[in-house]
Write a protein that binds this ligand. Sequence first.
Ligand SMILES: [Zn+2]
Length: 140
Amino acid sequence: MSVKYEAMVVTCIDPRCQKFIPIFLKEKNLEDKYSLFSIAGGTLAVTGDSYKNWKQTFLDNLKITITNHKIHKIIVINHRDCLMAKEMFGDDCVSNEECETNSHHRINELFQNQISKIYPDIKFEYYLLSIDGKFLNMKA
Ligand SMILES: [Zn+2]
């Protein structure tokens, strides 16, 4: 039996987010069709320079899921009130919804630029998850 996988999902490890993510992905018809990479800060951690080992670990995992699972998309689910965002953008920014959203946009662009250089054919989707379970669809 050949299963067609779709995406690697990248999320933060924040416990407040976990219950919403599989429901959301099931609603998108992605149940059993995605690999999962969960790391503190989600893509915030793998685009920055603070955690260089994490970036390499992410890239190694991405290579494996592209090679073995033939995924063709990365779905990023970062979230509001993220501790990593507070570390990177500052508390004042994260408590201001507009500043927080704009900062995530910048990280999404940076992430996409970095990954597209290695995998030019990969597609991207971005969501910003509120702690109450709402997913904001963000264009890169
Ligand atoms: Zn987080």
